[in-house]
Write a protein that binds this ligand. Sequence first.
Ligand code: SAM
Length: 223
Amino acid sequence: MNRSEPVSLAESSRWDQRYREGTDGWELGRAAPPLAQFLRRHPLAPRPPGQVLVPGCGRGHEVALLEALGFAAIGLDFSAEALAEARARHGHDRASLRWLQADLFDRQALEAAGLAPGSLTGIVEHTCFCAIDPRRRDDYIATACRLLAPGGWLLGLFWCHRKPGGPPWGSQPELVEAQLRQAGLVPEIWEPASGSVDQRHDEWLGLWRQPASPRPSGGLPSC
Ligand SMILES: C[S@@+](CC[C@H](N)C(=O)[O-])C[C@H]1O[C@@H](n2cnc3c(N)ncnc32)[C@H](O)[C@@H]1O
């Protein structure tokens, strides 16, 4: 699969349809409890200020949480339906909140929208990684690394279920860890999540950090 290839229009239309029809089994109606608890209470939780992106933000619950905590939050999704609902629930663009309709894998579109390399303080992942084609996971991670500033962080709730098929596509914590490490991200936390909703007892929570200075050449391929 071509790394820079945007996802097809048909793919975003399928997500639009799920929102229109209400076939949205992933919807929690609030920010995922493990992420909310972590961001509100954990001593290692990243603190504002900073510009933080939520890829595949859906109805935007994590975006609203980040704004409430004091971050400049950006919710990105390629589904117009999702973003229309996000705006209806959480309001329109303002200084501390922005909705961006774009394909996460469309580098040109991201840069045109101001998401240049190194432009983000942080990224919050919730059920986007498990929604994309598993063959594009390296691409997801490379995109995250490219967008994060040196020392930037990726806070993610990864659904590591082992059921066949998807979305949501399953994963194994060891493989996710290996992929993130391979990209040069460093774990500060990588552990089974606590406080997950009942049907997601197999989530893992990770706080991963981009090194503060570029690694010397000759290392593993990275962002
Ligand atoms: C399972 S939903 C999760 C939504 C939200 N994160 C939540 O937990 O409620 C996955 C979301 O990712 C979006 N998405 C999938 N692939 C994407 C891509 N390549 N670029 C942007 N958004 C994408 C879909 O439109 C959908 O809103």
